[in-house]
Design a protein around this ligand. Structure first.
Ligand SMILES: CC(C)(COP(=O)(O)OP(=O)(O)OC[C@H]1O[C@@H](n2cnc3c(N)ncnc32)[C@H](O)[C@@H]1OP(=O)(O)O)[C@@H](O)C(=O)NCCC(=O)NCCS
Length: 339
């Protein structure tokens, strides 16, 4: 994992918007988050920093990696993706690089893609990265406070390799989506939607016969270029889908929630994680949360929490580890691993 040095507390946010440490802690559990250096760090450079540690710990070199899967919602460029920027920065061979755009469940989707390539024997060393530089794209005025206080920057990475040991590694992955509520947690602009999907106007486009519709001054003036979130709706769906997709993974492997040694839930909101823990009947030592320190780092949250739990000695060989995530789309996913 790599997290930027710059710590931004809840009190620091009160300098920019009407909010309070008490409100943020009570509703989300977050005390502080990290923000990337504004010009010195990008989503890719943070991904590279995490990847370098993962590659070293796997006992290989960047040249041994034979496929990259990079999950993010805050890419350096609209296109090309961060995968190729990482490939260039780490001087890797001319290997495949795939970007995954599944927001909070992005790391689990990326992991599941890598898992399939490993299981078919196609690749031997796959780098899976989740990284976000949210701080570059948030509305730090009071208008955007329901979103901005939640998100933080950081990166996590893993190297996936095949194992000959039976019943070890990734046992299964489970992916879902329901686009019915796509607009409830979304960043609409810039985009090509042309107000097609909703009665509500999501952007002020230039209405000339032929023009650069993609971005307009009005869009910027009206702050239409920031993320949009219906917090209570997201909360309600998350507390249903998290337990559901975890139980699905357990059932697929003939296991029960009490078999889980460590649950790493996507760090969306501490209250969501606590609800899931209670629903599954897990003890505090069976769940790892770190949203208090890092906020919600979207595609990076699961690998950061996984890394931290492992570094703290909370995950041992043979442990059953469950990863689960829910987010924009809505999309949600789980993975069960025998460490
Ligand atoms: C965002 C979230 C913390 C808001 O908490 P909530 O209890 O649902 O609060 P509401 O959105 O109903 O807002 C309650 C009030 O607090 C205000 N408020 C919103 N953000 C605030 C902030 N940062 N500081 C102070 N007040 C704030 C609202 O304006 C509202 O005021 P009003 O009652 O005068 O209209 C909560 O809904 C949540 O965590 N949802 C899930 C979000 C999530 O997990 N997103 C990522 C998914 S991966």
């Amino acid at each position: 994992m790599y997290t930027p040095k710059n710590v931004f507390t809840n009190n620091d946010l009160t300098k920019y918007m009407e909010t309070s440490d008490a409100w943020i802690q009570e509703r989300t559990g977050i005390k502080e988050r990290r923000y990337a250096d504004r010009t010195g760090e990008t989503t890719t450079t943070m991904g590279v920093a995490a990847a370098a540690i993962a590659i070293e710990r796997a006992g290989i070199t960047p040249q041994d990696i034979d496929f990259i899967v990079f999950a993010t919602l805050s890419p350096d460029y609209y296109f090309p993706g961060c995968g190729v920027l990482l490939q260039r920065a780490m001087k890797m061979k001319e290997i495949g690089a795939l970007d995954v755009r599944n927001q909070c469940s992005g790391f689990l989707y990326a992991l599941s893609v890598a898992d399939q390539f490993i299981k078919t024997g196609m690749y031997k060393n796959i780098l899976v990265v989740g990284s976000e530089k949210h701080s570059f794209g948030l509305d730090f005025s009071t208008r955007g406070r329901n979103v901005s206080v939640i998100f933080g920057d950081g990166a996590g990475a893993v190297v996936l390799q095949p194992t000959a040991a039976p019943n070890q590694g990734i046992l299964s992955t489970h992916l879902h989506s329901d686009g019915e509520s796509a607009e409830m947690l979304a960043m609409f602009n810039p985009g090509t939607h042309a107000n097609h999907w909703t009665e509500q106007k999501l952007a002020d486009f230039n209405d000339a016969e032929i023009a650069d519709m993609f971005m307009s001054n009005a869009m910027v003036d009206k702050a239409q270029n920031f993320p949009n979130m219906d917090g209570p709706a997201v909360f309600k769906k998350a507390v249903v889908k998290f337990p559901e997709v975890i139980m699905e993974a357990l059932a697929a492997n003939g296991l029960q929630s009490t078999d889980i040694n460590m649950l790493i839930p996507h760090q969306a909101n501490l209250r969501i994680s606590q609800f899931v823990q209670q629903k599954l009947g897990l003890r505090d030592d069976q769940v790892h949360n770190n949203i208090q320190k890092f906020g919600n780092t979207t595609a990076a949250s699961v690998p950061i929490a996984l890394c931290e739990a492992w570094e703290e000695g909370k995950i041992k060989a043979g442990d059953l580890v469950c990863l689960a995530a829910f987010g924009s789309g809505f999309t949600w996913a789980s993975a069960l691993l025998r460490w």
